[in-house]
Design a protein around this ligand. Structure first.
Ligand code: IPM
Ligand code: MG
Length: 366
């Protein structure tokens, strides 16, 4: 198939991990006979340097015309002055809004070879397979902001329609997995959370096969590390989802492993590792490319509907995580390029029929 993919390497380690991810997509295209075209654009701090804005019009236009967008990371100390008028993060938030990608999927699993890196007792990690569905274009992130000399405010607003579309997607995903949905809110304090919970309760009868539970976010922050294996799909609003998924990534052993897919009404999606720009690692061939490479598997699956290709990338990563090489965040000494090359070599030997591929369950669709 033909597909046009816009890449937004961004700042810090973004360019290195994105280059590794693009190499994987090129290998998949070559081995499966697809025609993927790539177009690189600026976002974040590098875009501020070049044009004074974190989301140049050319970037937005290119992304709107693409089949999928692959992003590295944005931000860095150069642009972190809290009083700055333009910030790299505005590029990412503006792009999510412009693309209408209201649902952010963040799958969490713990690779058996990496349990020793997790801060949790290993017996709690068996069978962990959670799909977080984070609302991505509403809530405190996008409300009106005010600031004067001695006060500040962030408007926290959700409409029923905004809640309903992401909750329905979470129910659909749960239906294809273990049929269990945990909705996280702060309904004992926040009015937006009471609307969230009421909306989940109203929709639940449409999915009678899915068991629903409600958790308060503070309690969820405690339960997640206590019994991570007991969750299937977790749906929550923007800010809570941001915080809980960093906690989840720490449970997996490294922030460098987790991919994400941001989806809207159509097929086009925005794919990015959940880690940040890690300026201290940038340009030294130290960054773990696995989160970015696994994001390409989500891209292949959700935007291009290439399920076998997505599974091939996941199986290759699974093989490398079992056997190494490992980047320093996973206790090894290998560089970004060496891990990329190991994934490429595994893909090549799979294509040649030389590697027995472990059959993985589809992390998003059961
Ligand atoms: C994430 C990041 C972003 C967010 C930042 C960079 C704006 O933390 O994707 O989780 O808060 O959404
Ligand atoms: Mg975050």
């Amino acid at each position: 198939m033909k597909a046009h993919i816009v890449t937004l390497p961004g700042d810090g380690i973004g360019p290195e991990v994105t280059a590794a991810a693009v190499a994987v997509l090129q290998a998949v295209a070559a081995s499966h006979g697809h025609d993927f075209s790539f177009e690189e654009q600026l976002i974040g701090g590098c875009a501020i340097e070049a044009s004074g804005t974190a989301l140049p019009a050319a970037t937005e236009t290119a992304c709107l015309a693409a089949d999928a967008v692959l992003l590295g990371a944005v931000g860095g100390p150069r642009w972190s002055d809290p009083d700055a008028k333009v910030r790299p993060e505005q590029g990412l938030l503006g792009l999510r809004k412009a693309l209408g990608v209201y649902a952010n999927l963040r799958p969490l699993s713990v690779h058996p070879a990496l349990v020793g890196l997790s801060p949790l007792k290993n017996d709690r990690l068996a069978g962990v397979d959670v799909l977080f569905v984070r609302e991505l274009t509403g809530g405190a992130y996008f409300g009106a902001k005010t600031r004067d000399a001695d006060s500040a405010s962030d408007e926290y607003r959700y409409t029923v329609a905004e809640i309903e579309r992401v909750v329905r997607l979470a129910f659909e995903l749960a239906r294809g997995r273990r049929r269990q949905l945990t909705s996280v809110d702060k309904a004992n304090v926040l009015e937006t959370s009471r609307l969230w919970r009421a909306t989940v309760q109203r929709i639940a009868p449409d999915y009678p096969e899915v068991r629903v539970e409600h958790q308060l976010v503070d309690s969820m922050a405690m339960l997640l590390p206590t019994r991570p294996a007991s969750y299937d799909v977790v749906v929550t609003e923007n800010l809570f989802g941001d915080i809980l998924t960093d906690e989840a990534a720490a449970l997996a052993g490294s922030l460098g492993l987790m991919p994400s897919a941001s989806l809207g009404a159509g097929r086009r999606g925005l794919y990015e590792p959940i880690h940040g720009s890690a300026p201290d690692l940038a340009g030294q061939d130290l960054a773990n490319p696995v989160g970015a490479i696994l994001s390409t598997a989500l891209l292949l699956r959700h935007s291009l509907h290439l399920h076998a290709e997505a599974a091939a990338v996941e199986a290759a990563v699974e093989h490398v995580l079992r056997a190494g090489p490992y980047t320093p965040d996973l206790g090894g000494q290998a560089g970004t390029a060496a891990v990329r090359d190991a994934v490429l070599a595994t893909l090549a030997s799979q294509a040649a029929g030389n590697t027995s591929v472990t059959k993985l369950t589809d992390p998003c669709c059961g």
